[in-house]
Structures are given as C-alpha cells and as structure tokens.
Design a protein. Structure first.
Length: 232
C-alpha cells in the first residue's frame, strides 16, 4: 500500500525539468561555446546529461584551461535568449499553489546560474512562492554537494528540522545525492531520479500531477500516491 505522510515544513525544488523546461536556450548557448573552440555541437540528450553537474564543475573538464572564456561565451548567449523559450511544466503551478495555500514553505535549489535563475522565476511571476532561490555559486559549493540545501535551511531558521520535515524534489540523481547528503527527504520525479542505486529517492512520483495528487490525498483518509523506493 502506498505510504501516508504529513505535509513537510519546507519543500525545496530543483528547477530545470522539475518545474520548468528551457532546454533549447541551454543547448544553443552551449553550442555557441563549443563552436568557438572548434568542438562538435551537442544534441539535446547530451545537454540534459551534462546539466546534472554545475557549470563550474563540468566546464573545466570540457574546455580545459579555456573554461572561463567558454563560460563567458555561454552566459553571454544564454542571458540574451533564455526567457524566450521558458515554459512551465504541466502541473507545476498547481503544485506550487496547493503547497503555498497549505502553509508549506517553498524554495528552489538549482545548478543554473543564480542571476539567470532568479530572472526566470520573476519572468514567470513565481517569486511569491519561494522563500529562497539559490543557483550555482550562491553557496560555497553546488549540487550534488549539500551546501546549497543547508544554506537554504540556515537562512530560514530550519537547520534543526527532521528529515521528514524538509523535502528535496528533483528529477536527477544529483538531486537525490544532494538531499541525502543534507539529511533531508529525497523525492524523485520521473525515471531519471532512480538511475543510481546508491542515491535512490525515498519517495517517487512520475510527474508533478501525481505528486500533487499525493499531497491532496495526504490531507484525507485516502492513502497517498508516492511510492516508497527504499526504507533507508
């Protein structure tokens, strides 16, 4: 039987592919940097796979000693175009509305550059939902390190919350690893969150609609939907 749960005090969301979709802008910016250094263009699958790491971790591997120049080219292109293709994922806004209406505090923890991230949140009219919005380089280290999650907790007086009181919802292994490292509950969205047996989500839902259904059911006598993936 699916588990029941109480609403947490705080839900921290990943951003790209968890609440929004913006892959074309990311891919175009990446290919602008790759072209400058005569490297083969990427496809969307390569871009999605690389996005599991922050830029400051992945670019030195890809571009070597020229990584900072490549970073500047990437951001110059991305900053000019990233709002054009920004899309809310199905069920995302309804999920945020429900949690806010029921007193759950919300935050964002992403490996997208903090300035770009906050600009996207504002563009969508979502600033009202979040008590903290942290992107790459806003904390001492980026995901999958636990530093950004712990910073969010510290900024909002939630350092002493138990594991069940703070959830991290994301679509990648990096998100699950970050949650486990920070001692909060890892909640996976989609198959990508279950790719590494070492960092499995505690709860899992196929998408935002299923997760919202689970939250709604947690307030009544019907069992909730997220599946228990492991009992650790």
């Amino acid at each position: 039987m699916p588990p029941r749960f109480t609403l947490p005090q705080l839900v921290i969301f990943d951003w790209d592919n968890t609440l929004i979709e913006n892959w074309q802008a990311l891919l175009n910016a990446m290919n602008a940097a790759l072209k400058t250094f005569n490297k083969p263009a990427w496809n969307q699958a390569q871009m999605i796979d690389n996005s599991k790491q922050s830029l400051r971790n992945s670019f030195p591997v890809i571009f070597g000693t020229e990584w900072e120049k490549a970073r500047d080219i990437f951001y110059d292109h991305f900053n000019k175009n990233h709002l054009d293709g920004l899309k809310k994922l199905d069920g995302a806004e309804a999920l945020l509305d429900f949690l806010t209406e029921h007193g759950v505090r919300l935050a964002v923890c992403s490996n997208k550059a903090g300035l770009c991230l906050r600009r996207e949140v504002k563009h969508l009219g979502w600033r009202r939902y979040f008590i903290s919005i942290l992107g790459a380089q806003d904390a001492e280290k980026d995901k999958p390190d636990c530093a950004p999650v712990r910073l969010i907790q510290r900024l909002n007086g939630l350092e002493d919350c138990g594991r069940e009181d703070v959830w991290f919802v994301g679509d990648t292994v990096s998100d699950m690893q970050c949650a486990g490292c920070a001692g909060v509950l890892p909640v996976g969205l989609g198959e990508g969150a279950k790719e590494n047996p070492a960092f499995m989500p505690k709860l899992w839902a196929a998408d935002r609609v299923e997760l919202l259904t689970a939250f709604k059911q947690s307030l009544c006598s019907v069992p909730a939907l997220p599946r228990v993936v492991n009992d650790n």
